[in-house]
Design a protein around this ligand. Structure first.
Ligand code: GLP
Length: 239
């Protein structure tokens, strides 16, 4: 595991974007696993800049997003499809057919889960997975639980996640109660993982993630077992 310290959120975005850019330059047809949330916004902004400067291109890349809310259409402003379109897909030259995200608005969610896993497998699996960290240790929407799901699945969001994500909705009742998320299997099978963690409020969960016992109650702790994990954070952990 490598830990990279970023002085602030701005630097975190720049370093993350350069890290991803390096991967794209080495492997233009990279399969990228992508996160949403407030933490990666800076990374998407700097990736857009690097693209505009002609340094990188995504024409041969493929991307798979981690998760989506159940019940939200892609044009709902709080859907993750909308977020991706606003922050990344519409800003760079990634062919739209190369950008995949689970659909939370379909009637047959089980079929959508199977479709997503098949699509990831047909692409050869995730090469580089970028992750954010939920304040309860979720990765994607793999929530604390008694077990860990390997495959893409539908998950009931925990009260802590609903509370944390209420800030993006008008009121807590508007936050979807379920999500569809890539499983821990696809994440852990990625060749490389970059975990982005920003803000003092995540100090405790970051410490549990990296140095606590590996437990399904802290899903992110499984990342300790990954052979090529880079953690990029603006939190200085004393250890
Ligand atoms: C959301 C997403 C996660 C994300 C996390 C952290 O619930 N499902 O994929 O990593 O929350 O978000 P933020 O970066 O806004 O703290």
């Amino acid at each position: 595991m490598e830990i990279i310290y970023a002085q602030n959120n701005l630097k975190l975005g720049q370093i993350a974007a350069r890290w991803v850019a390096r991967e794209i330059l080495v492997c233009p047809n990279l399969v990228l696993g992508l996160p949403t949330g407030s933490t990666p916004i800076g990374m998407y902004q700097y990736l857009t800049l690097l693209y505009q400067e002609g340094i990188i291109s995504f024409t041969q890349a493929r991307t798979f997003n981690l998760d989506e809310y159940v019940g939200l259409t892609a044009d709902h402003p709080q859907s993750y499809a909308f977020f991706m379109s606003e922050h990344f897909w519409s800003k760079v030259d990634l062919p739209i057919e190369n950008a995949d995200i689970p659909r939370g608005d379909v009637s047959d969610l089980a079929a959508e889960c199977r479709r997503y896993d098949d699509a990831i497998q047909n692409a050869g699996g995730i090469g580089v997975q970028i992750l954010g960290l939920g304040s309860n240790g979720h990765i994607g929407f793999n929530e604390p639980s008694h077990n860990m799901e390997i495959h893409t699945h539908v998950v009931d969001l925990t009260p802590a996640t609903i509370r944390a994500n209420t800030r993006f909705f008008s009121f807590s009742g508007a936050v979807p109660r379920q999500a569809i998320t890539m499983g821990v299997g696809s994440i852990m099978r990625a060749r490389k993982i970059l975990l982005l963690v920003s803000g003092e409020s995540k100090r405790d969960i970051l410490s549990k993630t990296l140095y606590g016992p590996v437990s399904t109650e802290v899903p992110s702790s499984i990342l300790q077992l990954h052979a090529d994990l880079t953690v990029l954070t603006n939190i200085k952990l004393l250890r």
